[in-house]
Ligand binder design. Structure first.
Ligand code: ACO
Length: 194
């Protein structure tokens, strides 16, 4: 996705983490520069949130700068800094955060847990199925030091379920009443007495 400003100027690497401050990593400037860069990051987050909602057929975006400011969540942005003659484009977005959830295992036992959750995930239509989603997801797993099986996913689309199967061998999702999905292995193994 293109913006009227140079995204390569505000984002210093091909994957950047945006937290509720909306200050991009490595920012060094004065107060005026700060409000200018924060406005640009907000514009990028809003545009990617809108595009993700459109791709999922949702009327309201899950991700916006305003929502991010109020929540303890992280937005990872995938940036192609060389595109458009060095102006750069933003090609993907992944939002994660911890949520307090009640989830049921296959035996119907409920568990109160606060797992890291995949809340929103989008790769630009022109770049889907080229491995960018995997690249972004792998970065997040490393950064958050989490295994895919320990994640809860909020309302996964069929594409995301297929993605989890293809790259991580996660099949037979357990759909929860709160619309989250977890996989076998999410729950800790019960200790045997033997
Ligand atoms: N149809 C079915 N499966 C798909 C599709 C598709 N159109 N696109 C990606 N996938 C799955 C497949 O398993 C595919 O493997 P295959 O091509 O061998 O069938 C695999 O993802 C490809 O992996 P990547 O190239 O690494 O993934 P990609 O860059 O396409 O990113 C993503 C995956 C984010 C799901 C992307 O397809 C997308 O943005 N889709 C539209 C929005 C969406 O559904 N987002 C998830 C919403 S749910 C949530 O965010 C919690």
């Amino acid at each position: 996705m293109e913006f009227k400003f140079d995204v390569s100027d505000i984002f210093p690497s091909s994957i950047v983490e945006v937290n509720p401050s909306l200050i991009p990593p490595g920012f060094a400037g004065d107060r005026r520069g700060l409000s200018n860069v924060v406005a640009k990051v907000a514009e990028v987050v809003n545009a990617m949130g809108d595009a993700s909602a459109a791709a999922q057929g949702l009327s309201n975006p899950i991700t916006s700068a305003e929502r991010l400011r109020k929540a303890d969540q992280t937005v990872y942005l995938l940036v192609d800094r060389d595109a458009k003659g060095g102006k750069g484009v933003v090609t993907g977005m992944l939002k994660t955060g911890k949520k307090s959830l009640y989830v049921f295992d296959r035996d119907g036992q409920h568990h109160h847990v606060s797992p890291p959750c995949v809340l929103d995930f989008y790769v630009h239509e022109s770049r889907q199925r080229t491995g960018l989603g995997k690249q972004l997801f792998e970065h997040m797993l490393k950064k958050e030091n989490v295994e895919p099986i320990k994640l809860a996913i909020d309302r996964p689309s069929d594409k995301l379920l297929s993605f989890m199967d293809k790259h991580y061998g996660l099949q037979t999702p357990m759909r929860q009443m709160n619309n989250y999905v977890v996989f076998d292995g999410f729950f800790p193994e019960l200790q045997s007495d033997v």
